[in-house]
Design a protein around this ligand. Structure first.
Ligand SMILES: *Cc1c(COP(=O)(O)O)cnc(C)c1O
Length: 230
């Protein structure tokens, strides 16, 4: 895994640099969250040793034993849908929750974080593709949620996250990322100064996301290879 990962990481950095060059951006302005879902804790250790210090997981049940075993060796990002009954665990395990998509969820995160005297970094997740099965707040509600979430004392709201539509239609993917970029721009006007992260793009579409201004991409397959089907 170590050699494969080093090779994949080098190739990924090359593709990020290329995408940045094409849109006149600095490659240092795009960070990588390595998404390690389905992979064991040992893979996370290898990733951290390779220089990947932001790790993404999508299910509490799976992440809990891994993060508990590893301790604070990286910044852990929750990127999957979060149910309110799992929030207590989420605020104890994760450094960043990227999937805040309702005020009810934000409120519970704030409450649970308060109970353990911590402030937790959060992003609002936008449903930018209009696919009804996707999680995320609608474009119409997005700025409202930004306003409400950032007013909560134990939440530090620092960005927007979106998942592009799962399609080969590049125009549709670009439209989705463009919408997210536009809402990000508007959100920055109403949010605090440290609201600076636009998390969009995965293995299949990060170049398009970078073209539309992503400052953070979340990559699993391109680093660790295909996952077993769920
Ligand atoms: C799994 C996952 C990723 C990574 O997907 P890949 O296609 O393997 O790069 C990114 N973001 C979220 C929210 C995910 O669930």
């Amino acid at each position: 895994m170590k050699d494969l990962l080093s090779r994949n990481l080098m190739e990924l950095r090359g593709r990020i640099a290329e995408a940045c060059e094409q849109s006149n951006r600095d490659a240092d302005d795009v960070s990588i969250v390595a998404v390690t879902k389905t992979h064991p804790a040992a893979v996370i250790r290898t990733a951290v040793a390779a220089g990947l210090h932001e790790i993404g997981e999508s299910r509490i049940q799976e992440a809990e034993p891994k993060i508990t075993e590893l301790g604070p060796i990286a910044r852990f990002h929750m990127v999957g849908h979060l149910q309110t009954n799992k929030v207590r665990k989420a605020v104890a395990l994760f450094d960043v929750i990227q999937s805040v998509d309702s005020f009810k969820l934000a409120w519970e995160i704030n409450r649970q974080a308060g109970l353990i005297s911590r402030t937790i970094e959060c992003y609002v997740q936008l449903n930018s593709s209009g696919e009804s099965h996707k999680y995320g707040v609608s474009p119409d509600e997005c700025l409202n949620l930004v306003r409400q979430a950032q007013a909560l004392d134990n939440i530090k709201l620092t960005g927007l996250m979106t998942i592009g539509p799962l399609t080969d239609d590049e125009e549709a993917v670009l439209r989705s990322f463009h919408l997210c970029r536009e809402l990000f721009r508007q959100a920055r006007d109403i949010a605090d100064d440290d609201f600076d992260t636009l998390s969009m793009g995965m293995s299949g579409d990060f170049a398009l996301a970078i073209a539309e201004g992503a400052t953070m991409i979340r990559v699993g397959t391109a680093l660790f290879g295909p996952r077993p089907p769920v």
